[in-house]
Design a protein around this ligand. Structure first.
Ligand code: HEM
Length: 395
């Protein structure tokens, strides 16, 4: 049998790569080959994906032997020792219990004025620039970055450093670059955590520092939690925003719905479903043999769960490849499933809804300054999320 490589490039930001769809046609689980020559499972069926993501016999611990690396940069220790997302119970669940209240629907509703203020600030900035404007550097990247920095409670004067170091960490293609930028951020967050133990301050760092003083959390854990929130919450949202703009401009009849508060959530949800910027809803290693839908996953084997393909399962969505902004429900895998389901999903939805609605309201004549096909989409294989490095627009 010929090897099927993973990952494969999308030919369009909002359609699945044809190679993945061919796999899905042959069953809910397939074998794919990673950059290092290793064969792992790719789960493409929605039901199998949910069942496996809820299965305690699969581990998310990136330091375990056999945990599959989808790109070379994940060899960096900063990418391997991730709290929450890269941990199993019971430690995962303890951290998650501590953090859940900060990202509940209620807490996130209270963040709306902050998100609106930040979106307005960067729209002012966009409007002040000569056209064409690169929406990625002027809007879609700085908005989630400043939101995360305010959620964490970082000082405003540190925003430039924070944005620069995060950008270098998230776009690193080598183990060395990833390690260097991660090290700078860890140093910065560690100094802030030390200060917050004696000096009260805003945001999560301010709120969780007393837990360090009380011995419920180590300072190392607090710093790691802040870093994971940054890594998980920044580029994902930024890329979703940029690719949403491309998608909406190719479906201009839908743009009016952004101005309708009733319809806006469904538009955002369909964009999240079709874009699934992380591509994968989870990466795991099997701890025991698992029988599923007639397949046997052996202990020690790697399992990749595809959100890109699972979100297009015809048994869940009618006409699954079509973009339809009148779909109801949230049955997609873009935020994962099970105990690791995205902590920040309420915040991500808020950012996507506010940013897109305000962007198209402020710049109703918005157009791409280059054909969508020629935009610099990110190369798969680097392990970064699906996205576009530049998005020149005029209005
Ligand atoms: C559109 C934007 C986003 C997408 C597509 C996304 C996607 C995901 C996915 C697929 C997972 C599950 C990973 C797994 O099971 O291995 C996840 C987990 C996570 N996300 Fe998000 N995310 C987004 C925004 C955010 C934001 C804004 C935050 C920040 C608050 C955040 C924080 C996290 C954290 C901390 C986890 C790990 C949760 C755990 O392990 O318990 N994400 N996200």
């Amino acid at each position: 049998m010929t090897e099927v490589p993973f990952p494969q490039p999308r030919e369009c930001p909002y359609h699945a790569p044809p190679g993945y769809l061919a796999l899905a046609g042959s069953g809910p689980l397939s074998r794919v080959t990673l950059f290092d020559g290793r064969e792992v499972w790719l789960v493409t069926g929605y039901a199998a994906a949910r069942s496996l993501l809820a299965d305690r016999r699969l581990s998310a611990d990136r330091t375990r032997d056999g945990y599959p690396l989808v790109a070379p940069r994940f060899r960096a220790s900063v990418a391997r020792q991730l709290v929450l997302i890269g941990m199993d119970p019971p430690v995962h669940d303890d951290h998650r219990r501590l953090l859940n209240p900060y990202f509940s629907l209620r807490s996130v509703r209270a963040m709306r004025p902050m998100v609106e203020r930040i979106v307005d600030k960067y729209l002012d900035h966009v409007e002040s620039l000569p056209q064409p404007v690169d929406l990625v550097s002027a809007f879609t990247t700085p908005v989630p970055s400043q939101v995360m920095s305010e959620v964490l409670g970082l000082a405003e004067e540190d925003l430039d450093f924070f944005q620069d170091a995060s950008r270098r960490l998230l776009h690193a293609t080598t183990q060395e670059d990833s390690q260097a930028a991660g090290g700078e951020l860890i140093g910065y967050l560690d100094r802030l955590a030390t200060r917050r133990r004696t000096e009260p301050g805003p945001g999560l760092m301010g709120e969780l520092a007393p837990a360090v003083v009380a011995g419920e959390l180590t300072q190392h854990e607090l710093v790691q939690i802040a870093l994971v929130l940054l890594v998980a919450g920044h580029d994902t949202t930024a890329s979703t925003l940029a690719l949403s703009v491309v998608t909406l401009l190719e479906h201009p009849e839908q743009i009016a719905a952004l101005g309708d508060e009733e319809r806006l959530p469904a538009v955002a949800e369909e964009l999240l479903r079709v874009l699934a910027v992380t591509d994968l809803a989870g990466v795991r290693v099997a701890l025991e043999d698992i029988e599923i839908e007639g397949y046997t996953i052996r202990a020690g084997e790697g399992v990749l769960v595809s959100a890109t393909v699972g979100n297009r399962d015809g048994s869940v969505h009618d006409d699954p490849h079509a973009i339809r902004f009148d779909r109801t429900g949230r049955n997609h895998l873009t935020f994962g499933y099970g105990i690791h389901q995205c902590l920040g999903q309420n915040l991500a939805r808020l950012e996507v809804q506010v940013a897109l609605a305000k962007l198209f309201a402020r710049l109703p004549g918005l157009k791409l300054a280059e054909p969508a096909e020629s935009l610099p989409y990110r190369a798969p294989g680097t392990g970064t999320v699906q996205g576009v490095n530049r998005l020149p627009i005029f209005w």
